[in-house]
Design a protein around this ligand. Sequence first.
Ligand SMILES: *Cc1c(COP(=O)(O)O)cnc(C)c1O
Length: 341
Amino acid sequence: MHLSRFPRVHLAHLPTPLEKLDRLSKELGGPEIWIKRDDCTGLSTGGNKTRKLEFLMAEAQQQGADLVMTQGATQSNHARQTAAFSAKLGMDCHLLLEDRTGYEDSNYNFNGNVLLDHLHGATTETRAGGMDMHAEMEKVAETIRASGKKVFTIPGGGSNPTGALGYVNCALELLSQANNQSLRIDHIVHATGSAGTQAGLIVGLKAMNANIPLLGVGVRAPKEAQENSVFKLAEATAEKLGCPGVVQRGDVVANTDYVGEGYGFPAPSTIEAIKMFSQLESILLDPVYSGKGAAGLIDLIRKGHFSKNDRVVFLHTGGAAALFGYTRAFEDLMSHSSPVA
Ligand SMILES: *Cc1c(COP(=O)(O)O)cnc(C)c1O
């Protein structure tokens, strides 16, 4: 396993910090909670897609692309990081945004990630929820190619074997950080969606024989479907890396109990997790991914899933820019009140 064999554009701020969350650990009465700050990857408010895009955009450059296309939900963090990466490399960017919630308020549709997409100069088109977005993207890409542009398409979430290399790299980085500090890690927990993050991490952890259980907290699909899509991508990623078969189906574990009503709809536990992290640790989670991942972490701690002496690392995958698209979820905080009862 040698990542330098793959083309890469070094743009992320790495390594991201690994920090201890004292106040949250105390509030929950143990285990010791640590956080890996992939919300601090540096590109246009950061997030996990930047690590994947380091490898994906290098492929786009190698192929001589002058326009990059991708797709995602209206408040997609992946779309925003792709728009930012394209701007930095002097490529055009076109985004297909799927309306998965039906929210009609202007913050959801024009603020948060959507505002940043446009600030980075991307063009956008919207689609109704439930369409085959990948097929739509390839269709639009063909019409742009017909006009003479060299279009490079990136799958939703940047989740293919190339993108997943970014999270193989994250596993290496996290292990070296922990080793250098003699920090024993007992569990890693993170939000899982399009599967690239979990697939890359599990390949890296298994290839290093780290023996650290990894738990993905789902944001959309049911457990079986989520685990299957992570496993499939992990197998292809291991193949690409030259260590085929390193991941077994049983290594891939997802918990999808915290999805709530569905993708893009924050559940009460999501909102509680966002408030706890912001009020105890001054860390901003998001309403679609990291808030659900943290809700899973918090609930599993309360249910005694981890032992008190365990050290659990929560991988913060970013997404706080979406908070400004989800002001509707925080209206109860907006009323003025006095600190004196
Ligand atoms: C995309 C995303 C995830 C999920 O990562 P996948 O690789 O798609 O599974 C988690 N958190 C945030 C903030 C994201 O934008």
